[in-house]
Write a protein that binds this ligand. Structure first.
Ligand SMILES: Cc1cc2nc3c(=O)[nH]c(=O)nc-3n(C[C@H](O)[C@H](O)[C@H](O)COP(=O)(O)OP(=O)(O)OC[C@H]3O[C@@H](n4cnc5c(N)ncnc54)[C@H](O)[C@@H]3O)c2cc1C
Length: 348
């Protein structure tokens, strides 16, 4: 193959890096293990329902690089709906408390049309030859160039960039020669943001919760829903609620989780909660292209942006990129963008 740079992973880091390099005239090849682009950006969209984010959703005004990129790509944002009453469930034995949300808190924003709009816009710039799906990288061998083996092909290239979350990278890809031991050890203790979360979304014909001045926001110690938010679209024509479930719910089946979610929503918002259009969920712990089982407890964001990730390996020809390697906002979309921009600068 003729690509100068081989990029592993078509998440935000990989696609932005490919987009920037190609614009600069550098030939790229992006290899993606999943049957879709986006990685931890995963917007589900069926025709009659609102786009539901199974992965990254919110950004804030502190995410400068993301906001700049969205402006560059002409992708507008809108404010997360938070008006009205939030519900808080402190105990299973007590009724939910009603809380009037303060109006002066810093808002969160969502990308119009769904977070996947960002991913799609970057990918549109690449040809089918430059971006392949359903292809998993398994081996990286280095002599004076790389031999990269995937489930489909072998590539001979001079530069390789991994955007695979570091902990997964060092467990799922075999290196020859090995990466330095200290790097391998740190990667094994690098937290993958949201890697054990369970996200769900449920769509409705009408935003019935608003009839009682409920914002759709819920915080619960009771569960299985721990956090919930209104997830209607910007046009206010498609309606949904979306949130997180207790991580331990991964041991249940999807049907069991759905039934527990519906009972909790019924308790909180009444009978109309049962008249849903669609229930969607992703158990991220079971996403083998994001996480790997680890016995060790790793703190949120532990080792994100570690200084080991700021240098190249194998004569400066291999870089470990991705949101978790960013020195600021590691784990978030902002981190993914910073990582892509930083590698881009190193390569050009
Ligand atoms: C549930 C959830 C909620 C989130 N919410 C937010 C939020 O509200 N705001 C925010 O800013 N961020 C949020 N995030 C984090 C955000 O999604 C990530 O920071 C960002 O998407 C990471 O992008 P990335 O490209 O660095 O990594 P990834 O998206 O993980 O991309 C890595 C890619 O590599 C691929 N891959 C893995 N192994 C291989 C292999 N061997 N060969 C080839 N390809 C491989 C994967 O399939 C994947 O596509 C959330 C994440 C999740 C999961």
């Amino acid at each position: 193959m003729k690509s100068e740079v081989l990029i592993i992973g078509a998440g935000l880091t990989g696609l932005l890096l490919a987009y920037r390099l190609k614009k600069h005239g550098i030939a790229v090849k992006v290899i993606e293990a999943r049957n879709r682009i986006g990685g931890r950006i995963h917007t589900l969209q069926s025709e009659n329902e609102t786009p539901i984010e199974m992965g990254a959703t919110w950004l804030s005004t502190e995410h400068h690089e993301l906001l700049t990129l969205l402006e560059e790509l002409e992708l507008p944002v809108f404010e997360q709906f938070m008006e009205g009453i939030a519900l808080f469930e402190p105990l299973s034995t007590a009724p939910p408390q009603q809380i009037q949300l303060p109006t002066n808190q810093q808002p969160s924003y969502r990308i119009q049309g769904g977070t996947a709009s960002l991913i799609k816009k970057l990918a549109e710039f690449l040809t089918n030859e430059e971006l392949t799906l359903n292809e998993k990288v398994t081996h990286i061998d280095y002599t004076n160039h790389f031999e990269v083996r995937s489930s489909l092909n072998t590539y001979y290239v001079n530069k390789v960039i991994s955007t695979v979350p570091p902990m997964l990278l060092v467990n799922a890809v075999q290196f020859n020669p090995l990466l330095p031991k200290n790097v391998h050890d740190i990667a094994n203790k690098t937290h993958t943001w949201m890697g054990d979360s369970i996200k769900f979304g449920i769509s409705y014909k009408q935003p019935f919760w608003k009839e009682n001045n409920y914002s759709g926001t819920v915080f619960s110690n009771v569960g299985p829903i721990t956090e919930l938010y209104d997830h209607s679209n910007v046009e206010n024509t498609r309606f949904a609620l979306k949130g997180f479930l207790q991580n331990g719910m991964y041991t249940h089946t999807k049907e069991q989780r759905k039934s527990k979610v519906l009972s909790q929503l019924q308790k909180l918002f009444g009978e109309k909660a049962l008249e849903y259009l669609a229930y969607e969920e992703v158990v991220w712990k079971q996403e083998l292209n994001t996480t790997i089982h680890s016995e060790k407890f790793i703190f949120p964001h532990q080792n994100n942006g570690h200084h080991y990730y700021q240098n190249g390996f194998f004569d400066n020809n291999f870089f470990i990129a991705g949101s978790e390697t960013a020195t600021r906002h590691g784990g978030y979309m902002e981190g993914a963008i910073q990582s892509a921009q930083s590698i881009y600068q190193k390569l050009i």
